[in-house]
Design a protein around this ligand. Structure first.
Ligand SMILES: Cc1ncc(COP(=O)(O)O)c(C=O)c1O
Length: 442
């Protein structure tokens, strides 16, 4: 299948495999075909063989404004020209500005700390929760992704054989997504299906839980939204059992709304973590939340203090990118989000129309600018539901057929598509045209 030639991409990939373990940096980027991108601008990606693609992968979602946004890049250039450097001593004016801006957008953040990545932020959230509660066990969601460190490195899309059948109330085995995770760590992590309050309570009753850490909508298995009352229910359960409720807003933060998903659902988490869209493609993460919890980072008693450190935390270039991104989003006074919603709705309606026209059983799940087409008669409520109902093979073929027609989605089933402010009406029209043609070919 496929007429596009990826000769230069393939040659570069072969070269890469001689030097880089696994042939790509960050192994979850490995794709088939092994397309090598050499340039990106706005909504477009350009590969080594000269092909142009409309990009919905958006590097796993950070590009809320689009690639190489001129305002964000100008801020980074200015930081270079102004002689900003990594000071590594004391505070800096840019971290103060960034913290102030993030807090202005997300009211639940009494205090924040700044990291380089989302994974660092979730690691800190878990350690902070353990220190605050004096408990070691945590609850995570099956089908969630919260980074690569030991506590959270479970298979995002585990085999049904490995997890076993749906049980509610109940919990599932930690299926590690990596070798080298101590068994002791795995025993501390309890996995439940998303949207299943009974299971959250089942685990809370049996173990002393430090925190329930979840994406407010599961956005690493497409877009699985919380059912009405679910997040509110978890909030109540956490309060009843003395656990902290942590929102992993690495994907939803600054994308679902300026105030994150919590700005839409009205549930106030104890801690939140952000990444991705916060700096429009530059590496930056944030952890923040309740003052009494966050203050553990600076507890006067060294035995109670929680360590946070990092040579590059709040680097001036990435901080400048985040400041420029947030300032641009705020300046628009909601217009960026209104337009993203309108574009998302248009794409959803167009895609659903085409699926219906071609008799393809599919549903588009969407939260604003984040979307995913499920080849199923319904939007799944959790991983078990998705695994049982989604046509993974058709999804992979669909993505490949779109790639052949100049539309880039990550070529793996059930991965989120992301629209950015740079996507134009013409991009959407071309995407729908490509979809019509792809469905015809399939
Ligand atoms: C919801 C969520 N949390 C955490 C992370 C980890 O962030 P990072 O890759 O910046 O470490 C990701 C990355 O995809 C994510 O989607």
């Amino acid at each position: 299948m496929g007429t596009l030639k990826f000769e230069r991409s393939e040659a570069l990939s072969r070269e890469s495999a001689k030097h880089i373990a696994g042939g790509v940096v960050s192994l979850n980027r490995k794709t088939d075909p092994p397309v090598v991108f050499v340039r990106a601008q706005g909504s477009k990606l350009y590969d080594a063989d000269g092909h142009e693609f409309i990009d919905y992968h958006a590097a796993f979602a950070p590009f809320i404004l689009g690639h190489n946004d001129p305002d964000v890049n100008a801020a980074v250039r200015k930081a270079l020209d102004d002689g900003l450097s990594l000071m590594g001593s004391g505070t800096t004016s840019w971290e103060v500005r960034l913290a102030e801006l993030v807090r202005a957008c997300v009211p639940s953040l009494d205090l924040v700390q700044i990291t380089n990545t989302g994974s660092e932020a979730t690691a800190h959230a878990i350690r902070l929760s353990r220190a605050f509660t004096g408990r070691e066990d945590i609850i995570l969601m099956l089908g969630g992704y919260n980074g690569w460190h030991n506590d959270v490195a479970r298979a995002v899309m585990p085999d049904a054989a490995a997890t076993g059948p749906r049980v509610s109330p109940g919990e599932y085995a930690f299926v590690p997504s990596s070798a080298g995770i101590p068994e002791g760590t795995q025993r501390r992590v309890h996995l439940v299906n998303f949207n299943d309050l009974d299971s959250v309570e089942y685990v809370l009753r049996r173990y002393p839980i430090a925190c329930v850490l979840t994406e407010p909508a599961l956005q690493n298995i497409g877009i699985v939204p919380p059912q009405p009352g679910y997040l509110q229910g978890v909030r109540k359960l956490c309060d009843a059992y003395g656990a902290l409720f942590v929102f992993d807003e690495v994907k939803t933060g600054f994308r679902a709304s300026l105030g994150g998903y919590q700005g839409l659902c009205g549930v106030k988490p104890d801690l939140s973590v952000f990444g991705k869209a916060i700096a429009n493609g530059y590496p930056l993460g944030v952890i923040g939340g309740r003052r009494d919890v966050m203050e553990l980072f600076a507890h006067p008693d060294a035995k109670k203090r929680v360590l946070i450190a990092g040579t590059y935390n709040a680097h001036p270039f990435t901080s400048s990118a985040a400041i420029a991104t947030i300032e641009k989003l705020r300046r628009s006074d909601g217009e960026v989000y209104r337009q993203l919603e309108a574009k998302g709705a248009k794409l959803q309606k167009g895609l659903e129309g085409l699926f219906a026209e071609k008799g393809v059983c599919a549903k588009v799940s969407r939260i604003g600018s984040a979307f995913c087409a499920y080849f199923s008669d319904h939007v799944p409520v959790d991983w078990h539901d998705l695994a049982a109902s989604h046509n993974f093979d058709l999804d992979r073929k669909f993505r490949r057929a779109l790639l052949e027609r100049g539309v880039y989605h990550f070529p793996m089933a059930a991965k989120q598509g992301s629209i950015g402010a740079a996507h134009s009406e013409e991009d959407l029209a071309r995407t729908l045209e490509a979809t019509r043609d792809a469905l015809r070919a399939l």
